[in-house]
Write a protein that binds this ligand. Structure first.
Ligand code: AMP
Ligand code: SF4
Length: 464
């Protein structure tokens, strides 16, 4: 989780970046930042909070230049402190470099220990800083070559944007685990985690970066190269939950995919109901597909308070529970006396759905049948979607047990094959998707020690 954006060759590039980041705000609400360059200097500002809180108008005016990049952060690796906010800006023997990262580097702890032993001093506990140290160590060579040399050493899911005084480099990991799209605003090239950022600034979506592709953008234009052999394992969870429905990712529109998932859910997992309700906002597309396929009317049975950020973002379980209550309300006149088919995109801890089932019953629903438009989420993601293993409900409970846990009359999920059908694949296809959180089939090696090692003050017993 996290969102990145970068643009080269427009006046007031920082201001444009600001609007793009607002459109990417759903990808992280904990911190935000922008770095801008005018050909000679990089200036940056970052802080904890929403884009609109962190970046005031006066601040944007100080970020002068026609090159800029920005980041919105959800802390996947490293704690939520301002040192871990991005872009990270450092001075190196090559000049200034700003870096923003979406994803998670699975071998960052090992690399960090090796770098520290070799004399590197780290300022943050974020895995992103590892890339900067690797970059600083690359020999005398053009900037983009040094970036390639550095990233060849890291493993995991990553979309990276790097800014120099006069150029911007952006790249996608060999599996394409994290999305990155290319756009054009007039003649100016831009990159963004999701195409919805281009819509927000009036830019044209050109294409997705390919897995293993790097682009270098200067005022003179764009060059592209393949820095690693592509081995596509795109993150299916971007389509299920994370991305905005108006984004197109790797050739699929997110809303259209969700709707097909809902249709397949109705086809393979019918339920006896009078109305279909989706959990706003992320499940509305799937619920509308379910309603269309089943012929059961879609109703607005849940209303969302638009001014509450995503519940998951709250750090403690207690705060999350309170968050669900503040965020959603059941509409009594719609659900009372009705059998409800409740469609949601996923169950992670089970907090949200349990509370919603309870709410619907309190509002008079006679039955609540829960249908989930993805498979049971059983395995932690190591590539940037933050979910700790012990908190995953499906990791320890069968579907029947989960049904009891959440208080539903029935519960069903899509299988991995059914989910892939929504993208047009059948069981004979080699899926170009990662679905490790459902299947446990990880596209990279997962190191024995994980991101939490980065935060341990003493790392005795862990050797590089
Ligand atoms: P939970 O209450 O923990 O079961 O959260 C599940 C709900 O949070 C789902 O309905 C999704 O809409 C949303 N969600 C799923 N995965 C994530 C994630 N990795 N981060 C934040 N929210 C998520
Ligand atoms: Fe996406 Fe799941 Fe793979 Fe993580 S494990 S990259 S959430 S599909």
């Amino acid at each position: 989780m996290c969102g990145v954006f970068g643009i080269v060759g427009v006046p007031k590039a920082a201001e444009i970046t600001y609007y793009a980041l607002v459109a990417l705000q759903h990808r992280g609400q904990e911190a935000a930042g922008i770095a801008a360059a005018d050909g000679e200097r990089i200036r940056a500002h970052r802080g904890l909070g929403l884009v609109t809180d962190v970046l005031a108008k006066e601040t944007l005016q100080q970020l002068a230049g026609d090159l800029a990049m920005g980041h919105v952060r959800y802390s996947t690796a490293g704690s939520n402190t301002v040192q871990n906010a991005q872009p990270i800006v450092v001075g190196t023997h090559r000049g200034q470099v700003a870096l923003a990262h979406n994803g998670n580097l699975v071998n960052a702890p090992r690399l960090r220990i090796a770098l520290e032993k070799a004399g590197s001093l780290f300022q943050s506990s974020s895995d992103t800083e590892v890339v900067l140290h690797l970059l600083a160590r690359a020999g005398e060579m053009p900037f983009a070559d040094a970036v390639v040399q550095a990233v060849r050493q890291v493993r995991g899911g990553f979309a990276l944007v790097l800014l120099r005084e006069d150029r911007l480099v952006a790249l996608r990991d060999p599996h394409g685990l994290r999305p990155l799209a290319l756009g054009q605003l007039g003649d100016a090239w831009c990159v963004a985690s999701e195409s919805c950022a281009f819509e927000a600034i009036g830019a044209r979506f050109v294409r997705d970066l390919a897995p293993g592709e790097l682009v270098e953008i200067t005022r003179d234009g764009l060059t592209s190269r393949r820095w690693a052999e592509p081995q596509p394992r795109l993150c299916v969870f971007e389509h299920i939950y994370f991305a905005r429905p108006d984004s197109d990712i790797d050739g699929w529109n997110v809303h259209a995919v969700r709707k097909r998932m809902g249709r397949l859910l109705a086809k393979y997992h019918p339920a006896p109901g009078d109305i279909v309700i989706g959990v706003p906002d992320s499940s509305i597309s799937a619920a509308s597909g379910y309603a269309e396929q089943s012929g059961i009317p879609y109703e607005m049975g849940l209303i969302k308070n638009k001014y509450i950020a995503r519940t998951f973002i709250q750090p403690s379980q207690e705060m999350r529970e309170a968050g669900v209550r503040m965020k959603l309300n059941a509409v009594r006149s719609v659900v009372s006396g009705r059998r409800v088919i409740l469609v949601d995109d996923s169950i992670v801890r089970g907090t949200t759905i349990r509370r919603i089932v309870e709410m619907l019953r309190e509002a008079g629903a006679t039955e609540v049948h829960v249908r989930i438009s993805s498979p049971p989420y059983r395995h932690p993601c190591h590539y940037g979607i933050d979910t700790a293993e012990k908190q995953l409900l499906a990791a320890h409970r069968s579907v029947v047990q989960m049904c009891t846990d959440i208080g539903a009359d029935s519960l069903a999920f899509l299988s991995v094959a059914e989910m892939m059908e929504a993208f047009g694949f059948d069981e004979t296809s080699a899926y170009p998707f990662c679905n490790a959180c459902f299947s446990g089939d990880y596209p990279t090696e997962v190191e024995a020690f994980d991101k939490f090692d980065l935060e341990r003050p003493a790392r005795e017993g862990v050797t590089a």
